[in-house]
Design a protein around this ligand. Structure first.
Ligand SMILES: Cc1cc2nc3c(=O)[nH]c(=O)nc-3n(C[C@H](O)[C@H](O)[C@H](O)COP(=O)(O)OP(=O)(O)OC[C@H]3O[C@@H](n4cnc5c(N)ncnc54)[C@H](O)[C@@H]3O)c2cc1C
Ligand SMILES: *[C@@H]1O[C@H](CO)[C@@H](O)[C@H](O)[C@H]1NC(C)=O
Length: 499
């Protein structure tokens, strides 16, 4: 069979599914279609508006916008980026260098803290996070988790570094480490840094370039990519219920995709791009026969947690004009902790930072609050008004200004999104590079006598070093397309053995 005749079904129209389709069509595949559960393309890339402000419900940043980042190159090609992001200096910036962000610190007793002083807690924290790299690929580490390592190291270093400071300041700085720990939970979409594998933590690789955003929204990238695909390529509102692979009876198509509405679609190859959160929940019904044990174990072992954003609009700004990020320090958290004791009562304590949106219009004043973990999942269940009130209380407490009232809020609810079941993946305790390898391996496994490459796996959680990112997801779509492309190239070079 020639590539042009192969029937390929892609499940999911996020960036990885779109990328796979693009590459396959370019290579001459003619029978490619995407089945998408929802009414839209983009998946975890989703842009909305609050007042005049562009808000990102999903991904905001191009992490490491430089030549090696395909998302950056595509966005640049479509003209979607600000001139600032295109500057060579910006692309050359190392993420290790502390980003030139202006931070403001507030405490739970309503004090505006000394930013310079508090930034020393931030610097120390970032240094400790960098120092986790020494455990890369280690079989065993002296620490049970990333959280454990950070906590113990912070205590040791603080004792030396802040020896000369007065008791109150020392206490405050330790509380600020708790703040940073909660902020770090958002980066990894984990409930607690205690759930991350210290050796596995360094599997993620940074690209050069200072993170940038899409001034008109990340979804512009999706729109541009979609405009280059045939309009009937995607079938929306078409959730897949089950992938029947390894069919021996039919002989022609080895895979059958069964949709929720009962339709059955025959295919030679299926590329599964559903999120890891969805796989964790539905793998037992999504595949028949079930997935092999090694794949299943890795799906269970890899972490997939929640990070949500709560955008908050104010009548007038209560932060400095040059402020990029606001940190909240709870004065009772000197014991260094990133989890609250009673989630239904204190969930809001998990929200430790706001980033300031730089609005296109002068009159819109919007902050983005970040919240991860079970506290974030609980927040999703509350009525919007209750969340708004909790934030009102929070802002009043920390600023000491009892009249500040947010106009409105807009939040993400990724954990309760039935097609995502969380935000993105992370290396949970016990994870290694092997688990990501297992995630990306096609079915049937090597050595099987049945038809090869029946089911392929793409998506953020299948990238060995850029998991959890948009560029990682995009690269996995290309990777699986390439897998099929080279398969058909090598087949065409071999004499046909079937007749
Ligand atoms: C809050 C948040 C912030 C983020 N911030 C950033 C950031 O700043 N920078 C960055 O690089 N990355 C960020 N990410 C991660 C990034 O968004 C993802 O890694 C990337 O978009 C994932 O693409 P994907 O194609 O793997 O999956 P998805 O985009 O999730 O696509 C999967 C698709 O499969 C569909 N689907 C699921 N089940 C079925 C089914 N049974 N049948 C049919 N279709 C199905 C879904 O509806 C979805 O459209 C963020 C993510 C979140 C949630
Ligand atoms: C796939 O089919 C072959 C041939 O019928 C069979 O030997 C093999 O066990 C099947 N594999 C799975 C995982 O069911």
């Amino acid at each position: 069979m020639a590539a042009s005749e192969a029937e390929v079904v892609i499940i999911g129209c996020g960036i990885s599914g779109i990328a796979a389709a693009h590459k396959l069509l370019k290579a001459g595949f003619e029978n490619v279609r995407i089945l998408e559960a929802t009414a839209r393309s983009g998946g975890r890339i989703k842009t909305d508006k609050l007042g005049n402000c562009i808000t990102e419900i999903g991904a905001s940043y191009i992490h490491g916008p430089s030549e090696e980042n395909p998302v950056f190159c595509l966005a640049r090609g479509y003209g979607l980026l600000d001139p600032e992001a295109l500057k060579p200096e910006n692309q050359a910036m190392d993420v290790g260098e502390s980003p030139p962000m202006v931070s403001s610190w507030f405490s739970s007793s309503g004090q505006r803290l000394k930013d310079k002083q508090m930034d020393s807690a931030l610097e120390m924290f970032e240094k400790i996070v960098d120092d986790t790299e020494q455990y890369e690929n280690r079989r065993e580490t002296p620490w049970a988790s990333v959280g454990h390592f950070i906590r113990e190291t912070a205590r040791q270093r603080a004792a030396k570094r802040w020896k000369g400071k007065d008791e109150a300041t020392r206490k405050l700085l330790m509380c600020a480490v708790s703040t940073m720990l909660k902020v770090e939970c958002c980066s990894s979409a984990t409930h607690s840094m205690d759930e991350l594998d210290l050796a596995g933590f360094s599997m993620y690789e940074d690209l050069k370039g200072l993170d940038c955003t899409f001034p008109n929204g990340f979804e512009g990238l999706i729109k541009n990519l979609m405009s280059e695909l045939p309009s009937d390529l995607v079938t929306y509102n078409r959730p897949v219920r089950c992938v029947h692979w390894n069919n021996s009876e039919s002989g022609v198509n080895t895979v059958t995709v069964e949709c929720d509405d009962g339709e059955r679609i025959a295919a030679d190859h299926v590329i599964v791009t559903v999120p890891l959160g969805y796989l964790k929940k539905h793998h037992s019904t999504l595949f028949s026969p079930p997935l092999p044990a090694h794949k299943l174990h890795s799906i269970q072992k890899l972490g997939f947690g929640t990070c949500n954003k709560i955008y908050v609009e104010f009548e007038t700004p209560w932060w400095d004009a040059d402020c990029d990020v606001i940190y909240l320090v709870w004065e009772d958290e000197e014991d260094i902790s990133d989890q609250v004791s009673d989630i239904s009562k204190y969930w809001i304590k998990k929200m430790a930072s706001f980033t300031v949106l730089k609005p296109a219009q002068k009159n819109s004043h919007v902050l983005c609050g970040w919240i991860a973990g079970h506290e974030s999942e609980y927040m999703e269940t509350l009525p919007e008004e209750e969340v708004r009130q909790a934030i009102t209380q929070l802002v009043r407490t920390f600023t000491g200004k009892p009249t500040i009232t947010p106009k409105r809020i807009l939040r993400s609810q990724w954990f309760h999104d039935p097609w995502t079941c969380g935000s993105y993946s992370h290396p949970a305790i016990g994870c290694s590079a092997q688990d990501l390898k297992n995630m990306m391996g096609p079915l049937p496994t090597k050595g099987s006598k049945s038809q090869p490459l029946q089911v392929l796996f793409a998506g953020e959680a299948t990238h060995p070093c850029y998991y959890s990112s948009v560029h990682g997801a995009l690269l996995t779509g290309w990777r699986e397309a390439d897998r099929l492309i080279s398969h058909y190239i090598s087949m065409s070079r071999q004499p046909d053995q079937t007749n």
